[in-house]
Ligand binder design. Structure first.
Ligand code: HEM
Length: 530
């Protein structure tokens, strides 16, 4: 009995210590849970028939009592988040989130939890998801909360921190460079690139007979535009196809970090699984090499990297080369798949809703009645129905469905958010997907695509909100408006025969950016220019 009681007491003590001082890396946890039962095995050697039985008894007792203690506490009324609803499994462990994220369905499950339990749900032992408009400024705003542990999984431990991982002043300093690179003036200077690449896209599509995969061409456009805009050129997917397998590198490279964002403490163990590491490294190398090539060439045009490297010498202290290189991967991940997914989703929803398609076609033909009319960007911003279709797509299918978490820091006391008192050290998610489908904010039929409903709403946050919101919002709208409008001018688009729209939407996976199956369509050229 004595060995049992001693080992059980040490399990409870371990739980107590880690509960009070939650480790964010696995090393102290692994060291403790190995060292404590090993120590007991040595001390109680004389109580058992053999060393092996001592070791088995010590480890089994230690782990069993530790697991029981953790599980009972997380499900008990004494847990600080006990009053928030959720499923038993979500209260018990984050591993359900790992599984759902692996499957790409986590955003759907969280939405289902909100539909069942209301605006605040417990999505992990210490994690809440809040779908309430009051939480947007309180959590994501400038007086909101700092980034949570979720962002730890975005950090490449062998490189400098990229913009998305930074907090506080460090973030504000780097963000200033990005803001310059994506300011209205800079965006004006990137308009030629949009025009050239969109014309090339149309040219490519005109040369494709029969059924084509529209999403793959949108992806080529997005890569080529981003390459020109950020790095002064170099991808050429519209010309050569994806010979460098860039889509695969980006898709595979983000999968692992997305899964471990559920258990960010695993990040530092990633190198133990070489295949995980290889995919993430391939993605990091892609961004790093692209940025490195660009820096070696020097600034020939004022592209995004002209600003990120502070070639205009506007900063008191220029950023280090390591910092500048670390943002290369972020630029590629943030600026390509988001555009591809949104463009594909716009056409998916338009084709599924022929009245909306016709309504948009009428607007396009009214604003640009002649095939030779130039596509003036100012005219595009005045096309209300075009914006309504894009916004409604970003509402029902935000290409980043789950924002990163924020955390109430230890020692700052509880916060009242959306009418509930939330204890310190809670990770909080305020994500677009459940908010955008909440009947309190979008009615009637919040789950349906209805561009006619469109008026700006404070609960519409496809680009997140606050100081860490999407710095590429404006350039994203420019590309989306231009490409959708030009496509509508040049082609009549139809789903390819045999395509199952329900399957397409059901298979959309959250891989940080929403990843969709190919979108097969048939294009019929419209009036040609003289
Ligand atoms: C439809 C298109 C896009 C959508 C829906 C979108 C959405 C978002 C969202 C939700 C975030 C916040 C993620 C978080 O929780 O940390 C974000 C951040 C960011 N986005 Fe976008 N994005 C889009 C296009 C772009 C483009 C074209 C760029 C240009 C390179 C870009 C660059 C960035 C960057 C650099 C960040 C990090 C900002 C920071 O941490 O301060 N995005 N985006």
């Amino acid at each position: 009995m004595r060995p049992f009681l001693c080992i059980a007491a040490s399990s409870l003590f371990t739980h107590y210590i880690f509960n009070r001082h939650e480790p964010i890396t696995p090393q102290p946890v692994l060291a403790t849970i190995f060292a404590v039962p090993t120590l007991w095995s040595i001390l109680f050697l004389s109580h058992f028939a053999s060393p092996l039985s001592t070791i088995l008894f010590s480890f089994a007792t230690y782990f069993f009592v530790l697991a029981l203690s953790i599980a009972s506490y997380r499900l008990s009324p004494f847990h600080p988040l006990a009053s928030f609803p959720g499923t038993t499994i979500s209260k018990l462990t984050k591993w359900w989130g790992v599984w759902e994220t692996y499957e790409g369905r986590h955003y759907i499950r969280v939405h289902e939890l909100h539909k069942k339990h209301g605006p605040i749900v417990r999505v992990g032992p210490n994690e809440l998801s809040i779908a309430d408009v009051a939480a947007i400024p309180a959590v994501l705003g400038s007086t909101g909360l700092p980034k949570g542990h979720w962002y730890g999984s975005r950090q490449d431990l062998r490189a400098s921190k990229n913009l998305q991982v930074l907090n506080g002043d460090a973030h504000a300093n780097r963000r200033r460079l990005w803001n310059r690179g994506l300011s209205s003036d800079s965006i004006e200077s990137y308009s030629d690139i949009i025009e050239t690449r969109a014309a090339q896209l149309i040219d490519c599509l005109e040369r494709q007979p029969g059924k084509i995969c529209l999403s793959s061409f949108f992806s080529r456009f997005a890569f080529d535009f981003l390459g020109d805009m950020a790095f002064g050129g170099g991808f050429e997917l519209l010309r050569d196809g994806d010979t460098q397998h860039l889509n695969e590198i980006v898709d595979n490279g983000v999968i692992v970090s997305n899964i471990i964002s559920q258990i960010p403490w695993v990040t530092s163990l990633m190198h133990l699984v070489p295949s995980w590491c290889n995919d993430a490294l391939a993605l990091r190398d892609l961004g790093y090499n692209k940025a490195n090539e660009r820096l070696s060439r020097g600034s020939i045009v004022k592209d995004l990297y002209y600003h990120l490297a502070d070639d205009g010498r506007l900063e008191r202290q220029s950023p280090s080369v390591a910092d500048v290189l670390s943002d290369g991967t972020l630029a590629i991940v943030a600026g390509t798949d988001t555009i591809k997914t949104t463009l594909s989703a716009v056409f998916y929803h338009l084709l599924l809703n022929p009245t909306c398609y016709q309504h948009l076609q009428d607007e396009v033909d009214r604003v640009f009645p002649n095939p030779d009319d130039p596509m003036d960007f100012n005219k595009l911003t005045e096309m209300e129905y075009l914006d309504a279709c894009i916004n409604e797509t970003l509402r029902v299918m935000p290409s980043v469905p789950t924002n990163g978490s924020r955390r109430i820091p230890r020692g700052h006391g509880p916060r009242t958010i959306a009418g509930s008192v939330i204890p310190e050290e809670t990770e909080i998610f305020v994500s677009p997907y459940p908010l955008h489908r909440d009947p309190r904010y979008f009615s009637p039929e919040p789950e349906s695509f209805l561009p006619e409903r469109w008026v700006q709403s404070p609960s519409f946050i496809p680009f997140s909100y606050g100081p860490h919101n999407c710095v590429g919002r404006q350039i994203a709208y420019r590309q989306l408006r231009y490409v959708v409008c030009l496509m509508m001018r040049r082609f009549t688009v139809q789903f390819a025969s045999g395509f199952c729209p329900r399957e397409w939407i059901e298979k959309a996976c959250d891989r940080l950016v929403l990843s969709t199956d190919p979108l097969p369509v048939v294009l019929d050229p419209r009036k040609k220019s003289a």
